[in-house]
Design a protein around this ligand. Structure first.
Ligand SMILES: [Zn+2]
Length: 96
C-alpha cells in the first residue's frame, strides 16, 4: 500500500521489500482524533479512512510540539515494533 505523508511525501508505510532490508522507516500509527484535528487534519471516518497520512516529523511540526504516549490510543497499530522508525518507537514509549 502507499501512505504518503501529505506534507513531505515520505512513504509512512514502506512496502515489504524495504521491510526485508530492515529500513525501519515505517510510521504507520494512529493518534487520538483531538490530536489529529489540532494538526489541521479531518476526523477519520469510513469515507476518508486511510487516505491522509502524516509522518511523525510533519505531525509534530504542525502541532508545534513533540508527541507523547498520551497522544496515541491503545490499539494494536500503536504497539512499538521493529519495523517502526526509531522516532516513532521513541514517541510510543515516551523516550526522547
Ligand atoms: Zn512528513
Amino acid at each position: 500500500m502507499t501512505a504518503l505523508c501529505i506534507d513531505c511525501g515520505v512513504d509512512t508505510a514502506p512496502d515489504d521489500d524495504r521491510r526485508r532490508r530492515g529500513a525501519r522507516t515505517s510510521e504507520y500509527y494512529m493518534v487520538h482524533n483531538h490530536v489529529w484535528l489540532a494538526a489541521g487534519m479531518v476526523k477519520a471516518d469510513p469515507t476518508n479512512l486511510g487516505r491522509d497520512f502524516l509522518c511523525i516529523g510533519c505531525l509534530e511540526v504542525r502541532l508545534g510540539r513533540r508527541l507523547t504516549p498520551d497522544d496515541f490510543p491503545d490499539v494494536p497499530v500503536n504497539k512499538p515494533d521493529r519495523w517502526n522508525s526509531p522516532r516513532l518507537n521513541a514517541r510510543l514509549a515516551g523516550r526522547r
